[in-house]
Design a protein around this ligand. Structure first.
Ligand code: UD1
Ligand code: CA
Length: 453
């Protein structure tokens, strides 16, 4: 039988000082609560119940599709959050994971070890703990002489001796489901915060002769919670290195992992190099043997093999094998560079196909354009696709040469094997194989300028 997990995501997150619910804040493009859901899923949880409350209109769309949503009407503490699942989980027996929704670094391995530990000891609860140099803000784990957990005391309720304890509650638990729901009825709000603390279940379990085992994390960085924006940055930094290491171990060169930021859902082929100051966001994928960066940001963009993407910003673009981009190219949604194409320096391309081997090397804007193969667009050339009200299409056939500083006023069709003279304004269609010139004739009036000497 699979495991059930409750994810508590109803709290306000006052310490974030935000108009957004805390668990909506992102670590490398993925909301805090989604990181926890993904780990629970990877640990084998087949039923996941997410408790929402504060900012539920923001949280529910993030969790509603693949988890069961339960509403905690009033946020009266973590025990109350779990109690709001009572009906949904009626009759539940065996291991039940309960996870803070604000701990994005939790790994599936931590959760499976927690389940194993509880079951091996037939404990009432297994609790993940961690040793922190600075335990400020966390619940302190108080162990008995037998090594079992006696209770967890929140910072505000700690005596001076308890404050000195460095073993902290990580916020991940595996409970015996039956015991949990019985015990919740006995939890009170008699503490400094006036909240119902889930951690009070430990003492109640002990009174029922059910042990609470503490499993200390080898690496506390897997358990850090996010209560403030400072901790959000710390968690992001840890996740950044975790993701970069995964790619490096899979054959990607990242020479400065401190300045490379890769989202959770990005894929990169072996022998690709990611150079400094590069961000890869969303569902970006990159093939093999490409060089990306420095100073590059790709969002939801597909890059093929053997490309060179230098100082480029691309959003929802497609870059096929062997292309070169930049330095300083800007590819906007639906820009598609076909095999071997080039978008050079200070070039912006939007909703356009640049055919195989075609080149737009310098200072150009290409929008709403279908360009064939082997085209060369001279420096400073522009498609004038917008008349102030509507966008219009430009087509350019194969092997056409567009002279520098050409304005192509859309809608306009330019054929194949066309030669356009530099400085032309092209307002009429140009048939295949033609020379087109659309510029004023040069006038030279000799001797008309008085000598300056
Ligand atoms: C909690 C633990 C603390 C532990 C720390 C680890 C309790 C009482 N304390 O403290 O021992 O060291 O996590 O990070 O559990 N939530 C609800 N409904 C509520 C209150 C909270 O869903 O009514 C959710 C929050 O959205 C959050 C999680 O529960 O995801 C933890 O709540 P939070 O207020 O952050 O608890 P901490 O003070 O961090
Ligand atoms: Ca917290």
């Amino acid at each position: 039988m699979g495991t059930t997990a409750i994810i508590m995501a109803a709290g306000q997150g006052t310490r974030m000082k935000s108009s957004k619910a805390k668990v909506v804040h992102e670590v490398l493009g993925r909301p805090l609560v989604r990181w926890v859901i993904e780990s629970a899923r990877a640990a084998g949880a087949d039923k996941i119940v997410t408790v929402v409350g504060h900012g539920r209109d923001q949280v529910e769309p993030l969790v509603g599709e693949d988890t069961t949503v339960v509403v905690q009407e009033e946020q009266r503490g973590t025990a109350d959050a779990v109690a709001s699942c009572t009906q949904e989980l009626q009759g539940a027996t065996g291991s039940l994971l309960v996870l803070n929704g604000d701990c994005p670094l939790v790994t599936p391995e931590i959760l499976t070890s927690l389940i194993a530990e509880r079951e091996a000891n037939d404990a009432g609860v297994a609790i993940m703990t961690m040793d922190l140099e600075d335990p400020t803000g966390y619940g302190r784990v108080i162990r008995g002489a037998d090594g079992l957990v006696e209770r967890i005391v929140e910072q505000k309720d700690c005596s001076p001796e308890q404050l000195a304890v460095t073993e902290c509650n990580a916020g991940f638990y595996c409970f015996d489901a039956e015991l949990l729901f019985q015990a919740l009825e006995q939890v009170s709000d008699d503490n400094a915060n006036g909240e119902f603390y889930l951690t009070d279940v430990i003492e109640i379990a002990r009174k029922n002769n059910r042990a609470a085992v503490g499993c200390k994390a080898q690496d506390p960085r897997e358990c850090l919670g996010v209560n403030t924006r400072v901790q959000l940055a710390e968690a992001t930094k840890i996740m950044q290195h975790r993701i970069n290491e995964r790619h490096m171990l899979a054959g990607v060169t990242i020479i400065d992992p401190d300045t490379v930021w890769i989202g959770a859902d990005v894929s990169i082929g072996p022998d690709t190099q990611i150079l400094p100051m590069t961000m890869l966001n969303g569902t970006t994928s990159i093939g093999e043997g490409s060089i990306v960066g420095p100073n590059t940001r790709l969002t939801d963009t597909v890059v093929g093999n053997d490309c060179v993407i230098d100082e480029t910003v691309a959003v929802q673009a497609r870059i096929d094998d062997g292309c070169t981009c930049g330095p300083r190219a800007y590819l906007r949604p639906d820009a598609h560079l076909m095999e071997g194409a080039k978008a050079g320096t200070h070039v912006e391309i939007k909703k356009s196909t640049i055919g195989p081997g075609s080149k737009v090397p310098h200072l150009s804007y290409i929008g709403d354009t279908q360009m064939g193969a082997g085209v060369n667009v001279g420096a400073g050339s522009i498609t004038c696709n917008y008349d102030g009200a509507k966008k219009w299409q430009t087509t350019i056939g194969d092997n056409t040469f567009v002279g520098s500083d050409t304005m192509m006023v859309a809608p306009v069709n330019i054929g194949s094997d066309v030669l356009i003279g530099a400085g032309s304004v092209i307002t009429e269609d140009v048939p295949d194989g033609s020379l087109a010139l659309g510029r004023a004739r040069q006038v030279v009036k000799e001797g008309r300028v008085a000598s300056h000497c």
